[in-house]
Design a protein. Structure first.
Lengths: 114, 110
């Protein structure tokens, strides 16, 4: 199946700094990528939908200035957590879709903000 | 927003037994999918069932869908220790955005 690579898999940062997470589709072009957030022992919550070459669509309650999403190419979307705080500590997962709608997920990135 | 609810939240079974988990949802769907997540990892797609299908099999997995009751079940037969994971159902409408259920944590004891 298609492969989606997410980097870094783990990141620890100090409060107030910004962190960038990359999501790449390695062997296919993804016109749409999705970013999810998952708290421990909870389900995935969709944060935003990222379309190549256009602004991301954020779900209700997600601060777009806090979570900057850039989808510069058909194989790369980035999520930047700006001015991170301890409450932003979470597991962030991206997914990329084929034109058929089939989704492939990255391995996730665990962010810990001290 | 989260549309699905899964039942039970946690399930512990002996290796070789069957595991059944259920998922209910609220709005009309195009497809319902089941995913597995090992601890701290991404999601692995298990099976997709379309809204006009009632049952689907894949290896040791059997999925049913009852659109009148807005519910689905996932059965794992002859469970193995490697099946220990969290299982999520996810529904989608026309925009491919998935809405995930709360998940069922399955522990298979050797």
């Amino acid at each position: 199946g298609a492969v989606v690579s997410q980097h870094p898999s783990r990141v620890i940062c100090k409060s107030g700094t910004s962190v960038k997470i990359e999501c790449r589709s390695l062997d296919f072009q993804a016109t749409t990528m999705f970013w999810y957030r998952q708290f421990p022992k909870q389900s995935l919550m969709l944060m935003a939908t990222s379309n190549e070459g256009s602004k991301a669509t954020y779900e209700q309650g997600v601060e777009k200035d806090k979570f900057l999403i850039n989808h510069a190419s058909l194989t790369l979307s980035t999520l930047t957590v700006t001015s991170a705080h301890p409450e932003d500590s979470s597991f962030y997962i991206c997914s990329a879709s084929l034109p058929t709608g089939e989704l492939f997920f990255g391995e996730g990135s665990r962010l810990t903000v001290l | 927003s989260q549309q699905g609810e899964e039942d039970p939240q946690a399930l512990s079974i002996q290796e070789g037994e069957n595991a059944t988990m259920n998922c209910s949802y609220k709005t009309s769907i195009n497809n319902l999918q089941w995913y597995r997540q090992n601890s701290g990892r991404g999601l692995v797609h298990l099976i997709l069932i379309r809204s006009n299908e009632r049952e689907k099999h894949s290896g040791r997995l059997r999925v049913t869908l009852d659109t009148s009751k807005k519910s689905s079940s996932l059965l794992i037969t002859a469970s193995r220790a490697a099946d220990t994971a969290s299982y999520f159902c996810a529904t989608d409408g026309n925009d491919y955005k998935l809405s995930f259920g709360a998940g069922t944590t399955v522990t298979v004891r050797a």
